[in-house]
Design a binder for this molecule. Sequence first.
Ligand SMILES: CSC[C@@H](O)[C@@H](O)C(=O)COP(=O)(O)O
Ligand SMILES: [Zn+2]
Length: 216
Amino acid sequence: MATTVHLAGEGNDEAHAVAEVIAAGRRASARHWVPATSGNFSARIDAGRIAITRSGVDKGALLAADILIQPLDAPLLPRSSAEAPLHVALYHQHPEIGAIFHVHSPAATVIARLAEAEGRVILNGWELQKALAGVTTHEARVEVPVFANEQDTETLAARVDARFAAFGADVHAAPGYLLSGHGLYAWGRTPAEAARHLEALEALFDFELSYRRFTP
Ligand SMILES: CSC[C@@H](O)[C@@H](O)C(=O)COP(=O)(O)O
Ligand SMILES: [Zn+2]
């Protein structure tokens, strides 16, 4: 696992991570997943640093100057994403994570609100689940945690950590979570894997919403 921790291993640098973050923002914007400056994107540079979007900019029109180099053990930089604590906490707690992408995509945002009381969305029966790392069959039960939205992101980060620490062996924990009425966080060992997870999860939530309309 250690060899896949940081982007693609030795030789990746700040410029590479910055380029990955810019590309992720553009792709999400092209899908209409980051309306009105919403969303935030980060990629790991090395064990102690990440590249992360600054707050309040159009994530589909990111320039290199919009990407901050944030040390994981330092206070958050001024102008950093309002949701930077959520990124930093995940990188601290899961050294295998190489990139984290957050979007306000429609299916994720709506299903999160519908599932807030239950606290989870279970994905089961979909072939596309196999796009999620470690899932080998449509028969797997993939659990996506759902949290009530919260403006205090430090509190939220602690809730997320506690939830992932408590997952049992019988359930496959999704590489992501939902915030009710807000959107989706997804991650991967590399930016490419995080992008695949984001795309798969949004499509799976769209399937689920359609399916639920036709089932009692
Ligand atoms: C523009 S509303 C969305 C924000 O409140 C927030 O949820 C978001 O995703 C973007 O925040 P940002 O500080 O730009 O990283
Ligand atoms: Zn957001």
